[in-house]
Write a protein that binds this ligand. Structure first.
Ligand SMILES: [Zn+2]
Length: 205
């Protein structure tokens, strides 16, 4: 009876050991598969996230361009140099901000940046210009060589350096079309460029 009982106990221990061994192997296999799937999924997730951000950015550029086109239609001219980020505000549903800035509602000049002026993939820098919101996009104007007549313009997803050695100000200054290659060559511009606009509307590139 006692022999049987001890045999039985030994058998149980063997089985338990076998089960522990099996479950360890199973665990390793499961961990391996999870690792493999993570390795496959993470780049896919990252790619999907990048695509969402790129779409958001392109949408920002498109809406800013539409707003600026409306401004130009109404005023029959481009905003004064360096002023387009403020001039466009009433045309991108930011009239309250435009009024607050016009009336200098905040003496310190701390105004929020409209969401449309933020590229999801650009780093943030504090604007040092007091009265103007900073923008992640630049207005590039294509002028005739005499500098007076505009052939067209495009909003680019690029920060612009006011002073080369300083962090970008993101005030959305005006840049000459012929200068953009050189100005932007060292800067990160993660998303597709905007559409070239003329007084007759967008021009296919
Ligand atoms: Zn962007």
């Amino acid at each position: 009876m006692s022999d049987f009982s001890s045999d039985s106990r030994a058998g149980c221990e063997d089985r338990a050991q076998l089960q522990r061994g099996a479950s360890l192997v199973e665990l390793l296999v499961v961990l391996f598969i999870i690792g493999l799937m993570m390795g496959l999924l993470l780049p896919a997730l990252q790619g999907a996230r990048n695509r969402v951000q790129a779409t958001e950015c392109e949408n920002n550029v498109r809406q800013l361009a539409l707003g600026l086109a409306q401004y130009i239609d109404a005023k029959e001219m481009l905003p004064a140099p360096g002023q387009w980020t403020v001039a466009v505000l009433p045309y991108i549903e930011q009239r309250l901000l435009a009024d607050a800035m016009k009336n200098h509602a905040d003496a310190g000049g701390k105004y929020p940046r409209p969401p449309l002026m933020k590229c999801p993939m650009q780093n943030d820098y504090e604007s040092r210009l007091r009265t103007i919101g900073y923008c992640h996009y630049s207005l590039v104007v294509d002028r005739l060589p005499n500098g007076l007549v505009e052939r067209g313009w495009v909003i680019q997803d690029r920060p612009c350096l006011e002073e080369r050695s300083e962090p970008p100000w993101y005030v959305g200054p005006e840049i000459r079309y012929s200068e953009q290659e050189e100005l932007f060559s060292n800067l990160e511009g993660p998303h597709q460029a905007g559409q070239y606009m003329t007084s007759n509307g967008p021009q296919p590139q």
